[in-house]
Ligand binder design. Structure first.
Ligand SMILES: [Zn+2]
Ligand SMILES: [Zn+2]
Length: 480
């Protein structure tokens, strides 16, 4: 590692207190999607103090921001998230379920660490640019509403990411790895039907049931399912059944639909078919409906060039090192859920030799924390979940890493994650993620050939063009 890079790593270490305090504040705020007022304010204040040019409310999203430092190209974007989840209030560092606020919110996806680690990377690159006077710009993007709202996709609709030479990010996980492969595109639309209330026995002829419309719509979609591609999925939730009295014809009812596909262009088409089924249901029941677009996001475009670069730097920096006390805590926590003996790494699902090597790595350690870096895997890989990092990856070369923040097999969106996110295990993961992303960003500023290769790969993989799932007039929102 060059002296300049080592100096940037040292600059991140010098800011350890600031980074971990920020992670803890965001953990305490635990604000839901698109309501991250205090979290965004905290980041903007810190980044201003650190000498970044900060713009709050970018792309007309009040809790989004950008913080840039440097001048000229290349422009490297680092993506931060900071939204929490409802129903996951939980005491930090605890081995049992202990709510702080009954029914309150918590960082079950570790976005308090995600944002702080992304900020750590930006601080490191800033230190490098300041010291070397190297041309180049680092921009930390505050991306709200990852759990609902898909702000990055709205930003993609506004073509924000087209200006970047590369985007890097990370996500807390139970393992150290470079992420690869694709994910599902996902579009959410809410249908609110309106009918006419009446006495269900006394004057049924005067009633028009909105609940019937929702039921017929669901039946219509059930028949649609046979005629869509294998990886496509359509989910729904009745969010308002129109009342609790069977003897009143329900004058209103609401159903929220979620359409998924491995290809965003297919999801957009499938969503239009669901719209037509809603029209059919309204016709059949003599009701009307209002359609409210909630959010949409694209599948992820992988970039092997950037993934290799991230793995190179991850291998050079190693993995977070844990104390005996931390390892004991993780062992204890791993006893509270099923699946603690699962094999980490997406490659294990696709390649038996890869799985065998990971099994050896795991059993060598024998502890719940995965204190090793997974070998680079770049084979076929697909995760049925969705992330709005996907939309970024359609507009510029994008790659991400995972850093062990939770014990092996720890379930997503769980109280165990919330507990761990407020411990030194979580802090170490954020700092380490910051270092790996920073080191890779510095390489990109010094290796134009790598940047060019990443761009060429990106152009080839996105040749079909990006079908943005966000309509022109949509504004970020969450379902009622
Ligand atoms: Zn999540
Ligand atoms: Zn997440």
């Amino acid at each position: 590692m060059t002296n300049e890079k080592l100096a940037a790593m040292a600059a991140i270490e010098e800011k350890t207190d600031l980074i971990t305090r920020t992670a803890d504040f965001i953990w305490e705020y635990a604000e839901l999607s698109l309501q991250e007022e205090r979290s965004a304010t905290l980041y903007c204040e810190i980044l201003k103090n650190e000498g970044f040019t900060v713009e709050r409310g970018i792309c007309n999203i009040p809790t989004a921001f950008s913080a840039s430092f440097g001048a000229g190209r290349p422009v490297i974007g680092i993506l931060a998230e900071y939204d929490a989840l409802s129903g996951l209030s939980q005491k930090g560092g605890s081995l049992k379920r202990e709510e702080i606020v009954p029914g309150g919110c918590g960082h079950g996806c570790g976005h308090n660490l995600l944002g702080a680690g992304a900020m750590a990377a930006a601080l490191g690159v800033k230190a490098y640019l300041e010291k070397t006077k190297h041309p180049g710009t680092v921009v930390l993007y505050g991306c709200p509403g990852e759990e609902g709202g898909a702000a990055k996709a709205f930003m993609a609709r506004d073509q924000l990411w087209l200006g970047l030479d590369a985007a890097l990010t990370w996500h807390p996980e139970d393992r150290n790895e470079v992420a690869t492969g694709s994910s599902n595109s996902c579009i959410q639309v809410q249908y609110h039907f309106t009918g006419v209330a009446s006495h269900a026995a006394g004057s049924p002829e005067r009633g028009r049931s909105a609940l019937d419309a929702v039921e017929l719509m669901n039946i219509g979609v059930q028949f649609l399912r046979e005629h869509m591609s294998d990886k496509a999925r359509v989910h729904y939730a009745i969010t308002d059944a129109g009342g609790r009295s069977p003897n009143v014809v329900q004058p209103r009812a609401t159903v929220l639909y979620m359409v998924r596909s491995n290809h965003v262009c297919e999801a957009v088409e499938l969503q239009k078919r669901v719209d037509r089924i809603a029209q059919g249901a309204a016709l059949m029941t003599d009701t009307t409906f209002e359609r409210k677009f909630i959010d949409g996001l694209a599948d992820t475009v992988t970039n092997h060039t950037l993934e290799k670069l991230l793995h190179e730097n991850f291998a050079e920096l190693g993995v977070p090192v844990h104390t005996e006390e931390e390892l004991d805590f993780a062992d204890g926590l791993s006893g509270t859920y099923e699946g603690a003996d699962s094999l980490p790494g997406i490659g294990c699902d696709y390649d038996s030799e890869y799985a065998a090597s990971v099994k050896t790595l795991r059993s060598e350690k024998g502890r719940a924390m995965n204190d090793f870096l997974l070998p680079l895997y770049q084979g076929e890989a697909f995760k049925p979940g969705s992330t709005d990092v996907g939309d970024v990856s359609w507009e510029c070369p994008t790659a991400q890493i995972h850093v062990a923040s939770w014990p092996n097999g720890c379930p997503g969106h769980s109280w165990q994650n919330v507990s761990c996110d407020r411990t030194s295990i979580g802090h170490k993961a954020a700092i380490h993620a910051g270092k790996v992303l920073c080191a890779a960003a510095i390489d990109l500023m010094n290796r134009p050939a790598t940047l060019e290769a990443a761009r060429a790969e990106f152009l080839e993989r996105t040749a079909q063009g990006y079908s943005c799932p966000i309509p022109e007039d949509a504004v970020p929102t969450v379902a009622d």
